[in-house]
Design a protein around this ligand. Structure first.
Ligand SMILES: Cc1cc2nc3c(=O)[nH]c(=O)nc-3n(C[C@H](O)[C@H](O)[C@H](O)COP(=O)(O)OP(=O)(O)OC[C@H]3O[C@@H](n4cnc5c(N)ncnc54)[C@H](O)[C@@H]3O)c2cc1C
Length: 380
């Protein structure tokens, strides 16, 4: 991948913003189990980070996709997975459908403040009985005149306790299966909406995750994103963008972890010499470094295909699967080579180990990626 001077300058700017606005606060936000999205997002929006590829007519930058790749890579170096994930929800998981299929009125009302960082948003698909199998969702919207009346619940929703609005996947007809779903913009100030629980998690602790309940929530029919009944298909295309965002940051966080581990092992001695002088240790790190190169090259191929207007479903599926697996291996190895120190909360390895576990589950588990891949490649 050849980045232009503009891309290189942008990388420097994002690194500086991450080091100034995120990294120094990460420990505090991790302890608190939440970060102040309404404070942080406007700062990120001021440098374009929440709307890189969106139309300038809505406050976006109209930038090419490589700027997103660079932003993900730099966010991947921030020191905690929770913040990049929350930012990704705002910029690349809750808003792509709205930008692509939403009416002008909806875009003005919800996309513009999301890009400006003045409103926080969530994507609400998962339910207690429907995670991997999205077609099993039961949250229901029944039409009453010009309004939908929504009843149901959603689980594991990122930014869920602080969001101003959510892109919610609901059933709008009795057709069942993949049919009859729609995406609705639901404001969290609507009567009948409640956060039933803020969830405690293994990792990604600075990101808030919520269980939500909808009881006779009235939503204007005009808040339907795109076509009524096409919600599943629109969400599947939104998932492709989500998986690309999730995968792009991983090689950078892996590389940083390998560098930090290398530096530690050069000075930590056992049996009279630095641990790094053990060939097994050096080869294991070198092997992981080689694998990072491969997934990063795949990510770049995915980005190029996306910029060429190709369908990137297969690229995104492979990227999400392989980065999810690799980051777990890297986190496990880095912790192992730090010994007891690596297991301590005060050492970065323990947070990295916890945070890295999510990529193989959230946004579609590894097995779901394999299911998609098996279908695409004719193995299923
Ligand atoms: C921290 C966090 C943040 C999240 N944020 C959001 C969010 O913002 N919005 C949202 O809508 N959702 C969110 N999720 C939900 C996430 O996308 C789901 O957890 C995920 O899709 C898996 O669904 P599930 O948890 O119901 O697992 P299940 O569907 O119960 O699956 C359990 C396990 O079974 C295996 N499995 C599943 N399908 C198959 C198969 N076909 N073949 C073989 N094995 C299989 C996998 O190992 C899987 O992990 C979040 C989850 C977490 C943990």
């Amino acid at each position: 991948m050849r980045f232009s001077d503009e891309h290189v300058a942008f990388r420097g700017m994002v690194r500086e913003v991450v080091e100034r606005e995120i990294t120094p606060h990460v420990d505090e936000w991790e302890r608190a189990g939440i970060f102040p999205a309404h404070e942080l997002f406007p700062k990120l929006a001021a440098v374009g980070l929440l709307g890189l590829e969106y139309d300038p007519a809505y406050g976006g930058e109209g930038a090419d996709h490589l700027f997103t790749v660079i932003a993900c890579e730099e966010l991947g170096r921030s020191g905690a997975g929770g913040i990049p994930m929350a930012i990704g929800v705002q910029s690349s998981m809750a808003t792509p459908s709205l930008a692509k299929f939403g009416s002008e009125e909806l875009k003005q009302k919800y996309l513009v403040p999301a890009i400006a960082g003045t409103q926080v948003c969530s994507i609400a698909v998962t339910e207690a009985g429907a995670g991997s199998d999205v077609s099993s969702i039961r949250t229901r919207a029944v039409r009453d005149g010009d309004e939908w009346v929504v009843n149901g619940s959603k689980l594991y929703i990122t930014n869920g306790t602080q969001a101003d609005w959510m892109c919610v996947l609901v059933r709008t007809s009795d057709e069942g299966g993949y049919r009859g779903m729609s995406q609705l913009v639901i404001e969290t100030s609507s009567p009948g909406f409640a956060v039933s629980r803020k969830l405690d998690k293994l990792g990604q602790r600075s990101s808030d995750t919520a269980e939500l309940v909808f009881e006779d929530v009235r939503v204007p029919v005009s808040n339907t994103i795109g076509k009524e009944g096409r919600g599943f298909q629109q969400q599947m295309s939104q998932f492709v963008i989500e998986r690309m965002f999730a995968a792009y940051g991983s090689p950078a966080s892996c590389r940083r972890a390998l560098e930090r581990t290398r530096d530690y092992l050069k000075q930590r001695e056992a049996f009279g010499r630095p641990l790094m002088q053990n060939q097994y240790v050096a080869f294991r790190l070198a092997e992981l470094s080689a694998q990072v190169d491969l997934v990063q090259a795949h990510n770049y191929a995915c980005a190029e295909a996306y910029m060429a207007g190709d369908d990137t479903t297969r690229y995104a599926t492979v990227a999400k699967l392989m980065t999810g697996r690799l980051v777990r291996q890297v986190a496990d190895t880095c912790l192992q080579f730090h010994g007891g120190m690596g297991y301590m909360e005060e050492t970065w390895t323990s947070r990295f180990f916890r945070d890295s576990r999510l990529l193989s589950i959230g946004g579609g588990a590894d097995e779901v990626m394999l299911q998609v891949l098996a279908q695409l490649d004719g193995f299923a």
